[in-house]
Design a protein around this ligand. Structure first.
Ligand SMILES: Nc1ncnc2c1ncn2[C@@H]1O[C@H](COP(=O)(O)OP(=O)(O)OP(=O)(O)O)[C@@H](O)[C@H]1O
Length: 582
């Protein structure tokens, strides 16, 4: 907040502020004179049975008020001179910052909003704050001067409560800014989260992940509700400050009035004192609390956004190992009373790794895939690239053109790029059969395998650098499965394949074997020695894909491919003391 206050104070130019202060003197006259005039009108006029004198004092007050009004008028005229330089400076900052970013190849999408909306908010609220603080100061000083000239004892009586209320309010200001900022952040987060869930409604429905989506949005709603409650608490503190500092002096003066009169204070002086407290101090504090607590917060927060955006550009964050898969002590169960599916799983896969996950049916392979792609939330530490694509067993297709179905995750893909991707995963013939990219795809007319080829091409095209195939090729024959998997292995990025056939494991650089009690990972040869379950899975496997020609190259025109070995490329996978349990 200090930076914003410094900026606001720095915007004040002496040549503009001095006339403003000069015109504040006539404006302050009614505050100084009001209670005194009423006291004299009562004591020397109406109570002394000389009504003309009483009326005379009131007319004098009216004349002083007219002078005050002239002062106020002159001040409003000069306010623009104080405020406009601040706006000009902000416009200069935003435009030059946006140009700097644009030249550096980092377009500043928020610059227009800052220029057209936020700067106007700052200008209006800045003008409001200048007026609020000035009004508070002249009214308070005027009322104190008036009270001192009328009855100094009243100042001694009421000032402690006024100062306590004022200080209490000032103390809540920093808290109010923080709460308001939290509230805005939660509000923005909620709109991003709910927007992304709405945009992905079709995928959520098809994937059956409504509960996770609801939990995802629910967390943001709860956070926003909590932020709103915290904000409401601050406004309670503000009201308390006003009660103590604004209404407290009034009550004190009313309660002390009989004592003051018994000590010789005139009725007019008490009445004048009440006017100073009510329309002077109380109203000044109310103006300050409402002004700073309302538009003042908007001023600080909007100005903060503009100044933050103007901070020097930071270099892009270097790529760190956290960009890849790193699970630590991951535990997962489908309900508080369900058996754990994953227990204390540690797993590290570097960028570009190719991991196959194998294990008996129901051991937790798909659950691990769901955790890796964020559909399920596990306890422990789960770090995965945020740009990821999951290809589930059941392909999601929709009525639309073939091109729309294929480019769903990369809508700007050119036809050539789409056709290239289709050829890579083995879907070129299918597209020809369907009538080309512009033909209408009717989901019900495609077989399960054809649907998988569409989903695989779509995922292949997506910009995600982490792909998870969860038995995504189970309806393809082993030859087609091999072509699709090899295409994903060549595509770049990290690949995790939940294996439907053991041939998938043999093609991967590393294999994670999940069994009932523990998980181990390694390359094929090492696992043959160390994992009885892996040997058993291979032994039971009597798929035609076991033909080495289908695994690593054959006579069907595909180039032979050497079996990957540990150390070929960046695909080392590390599992630390991992255990998985059904
Ligand atoms: N939504 C769910 N609610 C409750 N339990 C579930 C849910 N999904 C899976 N499970 C249970 O979690 C365990 C692991 O299931 P998961 O589907 O991850 O195993 P898998 O290894 O992928 O099996 P498969 O090879 O047959 O697909 C199983 O016992 C399964 O019954």
């Amino acid at each position: 907040m200090r930076r914003e206050l410094r900026y606001a104070a720095g915007g004040l130019r002496r040549e503009h502020v001095l006339p403003l202060l000069g015109w504040s003197i006539p404006e302050a006259l009614p505050s100084v004179f009001g209670g005194l005039a009423v006291a004299r009108a009562v004591d020397t006029g109406f109570l002394a049975h000389r009504p003309l004198i009483g009326v005379g004092w009131l007319l004098a007050l009216l004349a002083v008020s007219a002078v005050g009004a002239a002062g106020t008028r002159a001040i409003y005229r000069r306010l623009g001179l104080v405020v406009e330089p601040v706006r000009d400076d902000l416009v200069r900052r935003v435009v030059s910052g946006a140009l700097r970013r644009g030249i550096a190849g980092r377009p500043d999408d928020g610059a227009i909003a800052r220029l057209t909306h936020q700067i106007e908010v700052v200008r209006d609220t800045y003008a409001g704050q200048v007026m609020v603080i000035r009004t508070f100061l002249i009214t308070t000083i005027g009322a104190v001067i008036g009270l001192l000239s009328l009855a100094p004892v009243i100042v001694l009586l009421i000032m402690p409560a006024f100062l306590v209320g004022l200080l209490a309010f000032v103390a809540t200001l920093a808290m109010a800014v923080a709460r308001q900022q939290d509230y805005l952040r939660c509000d923005e987060e909620l709109s991003v989260v709910s927007g992304s869930v709405l945009a992905g409604a079709r995928d959520i429905l098809v994937g059956g992940t409504e509960p996770s989506a609801a939990e995802f949005v629910g967390r943001s709603i709860d956070a926003q509700a909590a932020a709103e409650v915290a904000l409401a608490r601050v406004s309670i503190l503000r009201s308390l400050s006003f009660a103590v500092g604004g209404s407290g002096p009034l009550l004190i003066l009313l309660a002390a009035a009989p004592w003051l009169i018994s000590r010789g204070l005139s009725a007019g002086a008490v009445l004048g004192g009440l006017i100073y407290v009510q329309s002077g101090l109380r109203s000044a504090l109310g103006t300050l609390i409402n002004g700073l607590g309302g538009s003042g917060l908007r001023f600080i927060i909007t100005l903060r956004r503009i100044l933050d955006a103007d901070e020097p550009m930071k270099p892009p964050a270097p790529t760190t190992p956290a960009d890849h898969i790193r699970l630590r002590a991951v535990n997962f169960r489908y309900g508080p009373h369900a058996d754990p599916v994953l227990r204390d799983l540690d797993l590290t896969v570097p960028a570009g790794g190719h991991l196959a996950v194998v294990g008996p049916s129901g051991v937790g392979k798909s659950t691990l895939a769901s955790i890796l792609c964020g559909l399920q939330t596990a306890t422990g530490s789960v770090q995965v690239p945020s740009d990821r694509v999951l290809i589930p067993q059941e392909a999601f297709l929709f009525t639309g053109t073939v091109s729309e179905n294929l480019s769903y995750l990369r809508p700007d893909a050119e036809d050539d790029t789409i056709l290239h991707a289709a050829a890579a995963v083995g879907a070129a013939d299918l597209i020809t059969r369907l009538g080309g990219l512009s033909a209408v795809l009717e989901p019900a007319r495609l077989s399960a395998g054809e649907g998988q080829l569409v989903a695989l091409t779509r995922a292949y095209l997506s910009p995600a650098d982490f792909a998870i195939l969860d038995e995504a090729t189970c309806h393809l024959d082993p030859r087609a499965e091999r072509q699709a998997e090899e295409a994903f292995a060549r595509r770049g990025g990290t690949l995790v394949v939940i294996a439907h056939r053991m041939s998938s494991a043999l093609r991967a650089r590393q294999i994670l074997v999940l069994d009932g009690g523990r998980a181990i990972a390694g390359e094929h040869d090492a696992l043959l020695l160390s994992s009885p379950l892996y040997r058993e899975l291979l032994g039971h496997w009597s798929d035609p894909g076991s033909d080495p020609a289908l695994l690593f190259g054959d006579a069907d025109g595909l180039q032979p491919r050497p079996r990957p070995r540990l150390g070929d490329g960046p695909g080392h996978v590390v599992v630390h003391g991992a255990r998985a349990e059904k």
